[in-house]
Structure formats: structure tokens, C-alpha cells
Design a protein around this ligand. Structure first.
Ligand code: UTP
Length: 296
């Protein structure tokens, strides 16, 4: 029986060391991308794919996350008294967005360990995992397509993106077989952060997954891998090779995506999103052109 997927798990307990000192007292998922924290885009994406039940796996400094999705009475009262309904709307937009739950990871022992914390909440249904620092263009129906494929194939689904071979050491890489759908591949194996020479392809796993609950018993015995962390990729590698799990397929993503945990990608995301906005683009774009013309 195909379960209707309603649950999203958002791991947001990483240390965010690439963004220090900004992330010393604040999770990197709270860094603003134009005027919203990165995590709000991710929750909005989950909700627009029909996933209204969100579990955030949080770590130290989790209060900023919880506060962002909670009511702020004083601020709301002040804006209401001033009659500033536009700003009030913005404040409230993140409050009623979804049914959000929190689970504290304790020690940040890796992405696989973070996902394992969701076991009790998820139960026996397939569920989505969205990395809180990965932004996908909101016009792209990636998650919807992944959910459809999960239901159709009764397998676990990862999102794959072609990257420059020089960059593959930063990602998990997949060895694949094509299917009758140009956008879907069967995943034969996965390896976390391979060297350029040993990578099975330049198809990299990006931060969206739709997983079967069979991932949990596998994660339970997955030993720490690269970087001494429990790697989700290692558990998926085991899933890909075991028929009882239904196997793993990849949806190939060809749209725009930003890793807001990486400084250059973070800056690109802000410039691109702001340029495309009606309220900011008209003022920003002429300045950008002038600025770019003055660069070497
Ligand atoms: P990253 O490796 O990008 O996160 O993990 P990080 O460790 O915070 O980043 P740097 O390299 O130190 O800057 C991918 C995702 O997994 C989450 C992170 O929050 C991020 O969304 N994560 C990672 C956890 O929730 N728990 C962990 O133990 C590790």
C-alpha cells in the first residue's frame, strides 16, 4: 500500500563551522537570505509539496529557530497599533505556516544520526528530508516529482545534480543506471565525498530525500564514516544494495540550487533572489551592472 506522505524532517543541528563567527550563537539556517531566514524558504517548500507536519532536528542555539516559528505578541501588538498590516502579515507568515515539532539531537554526530532522531515521530511511513541550508528555486517542482516517484516505485528517492568534477569531493556521488524516464535514474551505489579520481560519476546528492522507513534500522547500525560522522549517504548505499528496502532511485535536478552554508553560494543566492524581486530588483540591478562593469 502506498502511504500518503505528510511528514518532512529538517535537520538543522549542524555546527555551521564554515560560517563562523556568524554561527557562533545562531544556527546557520537562521542566516537571512534577503529578508527571510534560509530555513523559512525550506519550510515553505515542504508545505507547498503538501508536507504540513515538520520535524526540525535542532542543536545548540535552537531557540532562534523555535522563536522564529512562534508568535511574538509585543511585536504584533505594536504593528497592529500602528496599523502596519503589511509588516504584520510578514511577521505572522512564519507562525502559522505548518505544524512544526522540534527534537534536540544532543551531540551533532552527523546527518545520518540527525535523521535517526526522527524515527519515533515518523513511524512506518515514507517521509521527506530537506536540509535546512539548501535552497531550491521555488518555481522548481523537485520535491513533488520525488514524492511521485517514491509512490510509483515504492523505493527511496534522492535528488541528484550534475556538478563540476572538481567539486564532487564536496558531495556524496552516485553510480547509476538510466531508466525509461530521462529525469530518473536507478542508484546502484553511493560514496560520500570521493576524490575526483575515485568518484563513480559527477552526479552529486543534494539536500532533498524522500525515504522509506527502512532507513531507520540501517542508520541504527551505520558506523561513523567520513569525518567521524554517521553519514546518511552510507546508509543509503546499504539501501541501494538491499532488495528488502525497495532500493534507491535518483531524480536528476537541473534547476537552481544554493548551499547557503557555503559563503559564496550564500552571496549568490541573495543577489539572485533580490534581483528577481519587484520591490528590490529595479533599484539593485542598475547598481549591480555598474558595479560589475567596474570589476577586473
Ligand atoms: P553540513 O555538513 O552542511 O553542516 O550538514 P555543518 O556540519 O553544520 O556545516 P559546516 O561544514 O560545519 O559548516 C548538512 C546538514 O545536516 C545538518 C546540518 O544542520 C545541515 O543542514 N546536520 C549535520 C545535523 O542536523 N546534525 C549533524 O550532526 C550534522
Amino acid at each position: 500500500m502506498a502511504y500518503h506522505i505528510t511528514k518532512a524532517v529538517i535537520p538543522a543541528a549542524g555546527l555551521g563551522t564554515r560560517f563562523l563567527p556568524a554561527t557562533k550563537a545562531m544556527p546557520k539556517e537562521m542566516l537571512p537570505v534577503v529578508d527571510k531566514p534560509a530555513i523559512q524558504y525550506v519550510v515553505e517548500e515542504a508545505v507547498s509539496a503538501g508536507l504540513n507536519d515538520v520535524l526540525m532536528v535542532t542543536g545548540r542555539n535552537k531557540y532562534a529557530l523555535e522563536n522564529h516559528f512562534d508568535r511574538v505578541y509585543e511585536l504584533e501588538a505594536t504593528l497592529e497599533n500602528k496599523g502596519d498590516h503589511a509588516k504584520l502579515e510578514k511577521v505572522r507568515a512564519s507562525t502559522n505556516i505548518a505544524d512544526i515539532h522540534y527534537f534536540r539531537q544532543g551531540d551533532p554526530r552527523g546527518l545520518g544520526h540527525a535523521v535517526l532522531q526522527a524515527r519515533m515521530h515518523v513511524g512506518h511511513e515514507p517521509f521527506a528530508v530537506l536540509l535546512g541550508d539548501d535552497l531550491i528555486d521555488e518555481r522548481d517542482p523537485l520535491l513533488q516529482k520525488m514524492i511521485q516517484e517514491q509512490q510509483k516505485r515504492n523505493a527511496s528517492i534522492v535528488a541528484l545534480m550534475e556538478v563540476d568534477p572538481d567539486q564532487i569531493h564536496l558531495y556524496g556521488a552516485a553510480s547509476i543506471e538510466t531508466t525509461d524516464d530521462d529525469d530518473v535514474v536507478k542508484v546502484l551505489g553511493l560514496v560520500e565525498k570521493p576524490s575526483k579520481e575515485s568518484a563513480p560519476s559527477n552526479l552529486a546528492i543534494i539536500g532533498r530525500y524522500v525515504l522509506k522507513p527502512e532507513i531507520f534500522p540501517i542508520l541504527q547500525h551505520t558506523a561513523p564514516g567520513k569525518g567521524g560522522e554517521v553519514q546518511l549517504t552510507d546508509a543509503l548505499q546499504e539501501m541501494a544494495g538491499a532488495t528488502w528496502t525497495g532500493g534507491v532511485y535518483g531524480v536528476v535536478f537541473r534547476g537552481k540550487r544554493y548551499d547557503t552554508g557555503d559563503k559564496v553560494d550564500y552571496l549568490k543566492a541573495i543577489v539572485e533572489l533580490a534581483s528577481g524581486r519587484d520591490d528590490l530588483g529595479p533599484e539593485l540591478k542598475p547598481w549591480l551592472k555598474q558595479f560589475a562593469a567596474g570589476l577586473d
